[in-house]
Design a protein around this ligand. Sequence first.
Ligand code: 2AM
Length: 194
Amino acid sequence: MAHPVGTESHDQAGQRLFFALWPEPALQRRLHALARATLPHGAGRLVLPENLHLTLVFLGQVDEDQRRCLEAAAGAVKTGRFSLEFDVAGYWPGPRVLWFGCSRPPQPLRDLVAALQRSAGDCGFVSEGRPYTAHLTVARKLVRNPGAVTLVPVDWSVEGFVLAESQTHAAGARHRPLQAWTLEGRPLPASTPS
Ligand code: 2AM
């Protein structure tokens, strides 16, 4: 997703938002520890545990009205619970990131992404048209391709999804959930998304 239809002039306004799956803190710490064990010291910058997430739909700049529209639409999404298994690690040389992913993304994850893409479209956001690749970025600015990485599989029983904000600070990016919903369409406190 990129610019809302006809609102390119809003680029500097509002918040930079995205829909995501947000691991609970214990799982964030586990994934962070796995990334640390995977990457040789000094080979890249690990994503902070509290920032670890799996993006579902990236929205970009969102103003208040658009956010209300997205929240209403997200509250109507119901896919049911599902589990993910992070069993592959990959490296993208362009952005120089190391990520964990699923070799067999479950159908409810695809359904959730499709439903949120439709919701975003209904709120005036235009898809960038890139195929969706479920990935959780665990390290950035890698100094070299880490080569083949074997991952000890990590299971995640997903119960909800969030609308999250991305902020850029001098110290680096900070991501935080703003609103959360269960996969049955019930609102959740943002601090306990899944
Ligand atoms: P990344 O982790 O692979 O960098 C907040 O910035 C989240 O949205 C991150 O997970 C980031 O993915 C993703 N993101 C940032 N810019 C994006 C874009 N233009 N298209 C898709 N996802 C994007």
